[in-house]
Design a protein around this ligand. Structure first.
Ligand SMILES: CC(C)(COP(=O)(O)OP(=O)(O)OC[C@H]1O[C@@H](n2cnc3c(N)ncnc32)[C@H](O)[C@@H]1O)[C@@H](O)C(=O)NCCC(=O)NCCS
Ligand SMILES: Nc1ncnc2c1ncn2[C@@H]1O[C@H](COP(=O)(O)OP(=O)(O)OP(=O)(O)O)[C@@H](O)[C@H]1O
Length: 199
């Protein structure tokens, strides 16, 4: 089963690109969603509270994601603390999900990976294809704000992410999303039409 990774900064258009491939019948894994799932694990919750304080918990005893984000994205050291706790668990859940899809006989899976660092890290080392979705910074911020995120929060998160130059360097295919969503979709579908011939 081919693992097709979609990478890109916040607001770049990863989900839009992913939807184009899912419409072609491919299953997908959204690592942001897997990240949310592992926040419910008691081990993860315990380590996060120990590191960031009990005020990241809501009245129901679960993590309030906005409260955690406000503490974890203030500087690279704090983000590293967050990643050290969450990423190994995300990898564990991801590996299980990939094995399930593989046993169901899918030819490929689309993996949306917002926190991609490089191809050597555990999550991405066996990616068959890395697709980068790129858009100018101002455009990404504007889109994310329009989608409901607070501008200061978006800027803080982007400051903890790799740059588009790094993404181009790591990618096999690059999609520029500085036009309309349909233009992005058409680029992705044209790529898939070629790539899937070899499957
Ligand atoms: C801090 C948390 C609770 C905030 O949750 P929230 O619902 O506000 O954001 P969500 O998870 O939907 O992420 C939205 C976007 O924020 C950015 N972002 C999220 N985590 C990170 C990170 N560790 N470093 C840099 N940017 C990040 C990405 O662009 C992502 O698409 C959550 O993002 C989290 O637990 N992150 C750590 C796990 C992780 O790295 N997940 C990403 C998949 S590997
Ligand atoms: N070409 C485009 N023109 C205008 N709006 C767009 C375009 N592409 C995507 N958008 C919108 O911008 C927002 C961000 O796009 P999308 O969710 O695909 O990005 P993402 O990379 O998955 O973002 P995130 O990192 O926040 O998950 C969405 O509201 C989407 O509808």
């Amino acid at each position: 089963m081919k693992k097709l990774f979609i990478i890109g900064g916040m607001g770049a258009g990863k989900s839009t690109a992913r939807k184009a491939l899912v419409d072609q019948g491919l299953p997908h894994i959204d690592l942001d969603q897997v990240g949310h799932d592992v926040l419910l694990w008691d081990t993860v919750k315990g380590e996060l509270v120990e590191t960031f304080g009990a005020d990241i918990l809501g009245p129901d005893g679960e993590i309030v994601r906005s409260a955690l984000a406000a503490k974890a994205f203030v500087n690279p050291a704090e983000t590293r603390k967050l990643n050290r706790i969450t990423l190994p668990r995300i990898e564990e859940a991801f590996t299980d999900r990939v094995a399930e899809l593989e046993s169901e006989g899918h030819v490929a899976v689309v993996v949306e990976h917002s926190v991609f660092k490089n191809r050597q890290t555990s999550l991405a080392y066996d990616a068959d294809v890395v697709m980068a979705v790129l858009a100018p910074l101002d455009m990404r911020i504007e889109r994310a704000v329009k989608a409901g995120w607070e501008e200061a929060d978006v800027r803080r998160r982007i400051a903890q992410q790799i740059t588009d130059a790094d993404r181009i360097e790591a990618a096999d295919v690059v999609f520029n999303n500085d036009g309309t969503p349909d233009e992005l979709r058409n680029q992705v579908l044209a790529w898939w039409a070629e790539y899937s011939k070899g499957l």
